[in-house]
Write a protein that binds this ligand. Structure first.
Ligand code: N2P
Length: 354
């Protein structure tokens, strides 16, 4: 064999080896995957990218529209997810049922950044099983291009004349606990009252309202829906309406005068997560002031960090850091027991299927 042939063969072998090494490195890299399940419209996409770059992992990020979907995933061990975001109301029951892993605080150096008020919360006091992500309120989003009259509260969303006027242009939350909460505020029924008399009244009210609704919508329907004018009025979460306002100036968020709820969403590690180290890294990353600020700016909800870690311009936004007077209008979401979760499922089926 000629010398130049030998050289060519050696060269080809070297190239083949190099390709092999690159491929296997990429395969290895691909194996580092974390799966996240969060509400729709609830993160700055750049934060996901920064995490992927920093840790050299692939993030599989799926979203949902109502708390029941997250709870159902936890019930089956997590459905392959490593971090699931769950609403306050369902958290205690998920802990009680053993759906969630205990949090090892030593694996979250940024734990020190969390606001004291959120550490001592009624759902998981001391944060043994969960880490708070964001909080906000439930209210009413209105596109004032189409609705000129002043909306004051839940009273209008249940008033038949009003409903007739905006027939097919109103949506209620797909997250049925919140539709039920609205009915309770309107009927002056306490949020933790699940007695059969109260339930009958709530069902009757919601069934009557349903006739006039475009539907029960989550954020991924009502945010674009309000912007395009497909729907004029939506029961909605506070930040979502501010997201819509980024696109359509005529958007307004109303805190109902009868009162409303303040929600807190938590990050948890499901029982069967296989990538707990990555799950801790994800949670810790989101508690970095820079990332929390980015998320708050993108989705307009209040992150769980201490105020002193946030810049002044954010602290001055009353939608994010409301005055004490406004805070008094807000009640915590109720803590649901197993029976109450079942009752909600029954009301949902009966009202939605009516
Ligand atoms: C974010 C929805 C907030 C979830 N788009 C309310 N718990």
């Amino acid at each position: 064999m000629k010398k130049s042939y030998k050289l060519l063969i050696v060269l080809l072998i070297i190239i083949a080896l190099a390709i092999g090494i690159i491929l296997s490195f990429n395969l290895l890299k691909k194996e580092r995957t974390i799966k996240i399940y969060n509400w729709s419209y609830y993160i700055d996409e750049d934060v996901i990218k920064s995490f992927e770059e920093k840790y050299g992992v692939k993030v599989i990020y799926d979203t949902y529209e109502e708390s029941g979907e997250a709870f159902a995933k936890l019930k089956i061990g997590g459905g392959g997810y490593d971090v699931i975001y769950i609403s306050d109301s369902f958290l205690k029951q998920a802990i009680k049922e053993g759906y969630i892993q205990k949090i090892d605080h030593s694996k979250i150096p940024n734990f020190k950044n969390i606001d004291e008020e959120l550490i001592n919360n009624p759902y998981d006091n001391g944060l043994s099983y969960s880490i708070p992500y964001m909080w906000g309120s439930v209210g009413i989003g209105v596109n004032t291009k189409y609705v000129k009259e002043e909306i004051k509260g839940w009273k209008q969303l249940f008033d038949e004349d009003f409903l007739r006027k905006y027939n097919g242009k109103i949506s209620m939350l797909d997250d049925f606990v919140d539709a039920i909460n609205a009915a309770k505020f309107y009927l002056k029924i306490p949020l933790n009252d699940w007695g059969s008399n109260s339930i009958e009244k709530i069902k009757e009210l919601l069934k009557k309202q349903r006739e006039y609704l475009i539907g029960y919508w989550g954020a991924s329907q009502y945010i674009p829906g309000l912007v395009k004018g497909e729907v004029y009025i939506s029961q909605a979460w506070s930040g979502d309406i501010l997201i819509a306002k980024d696109e359509e100036e005529a958007m307004e968020y109303i805190l109902p005068e009868e009162g409303t709820v303040r929600f807190i969403d938590f990050m948890v590690i499901p029982k069967e997560s296989k990538n707990t180290d990555l799950a801790y890294e994800w949670i810790d990353f989101l508690l970095e002031p820079e990332m929390a600020e980015k998320n708050t700016r993108a989705v307009h909800y209040t992150n769980s960090l201490k105020r002193e870690l946030m810049p002044n311009d954010l602290l001055q936004e009353s939608a994010l850091y409301p005055s004490e007077e406004l805070m008094e209008k807000l009640q915590f979401e109720p803590i649901l027991t197993e029976e109450e979760i079942k009752i909600i499922e029954e009301i949902t089926i009966e009202v939605k299927g009516a």
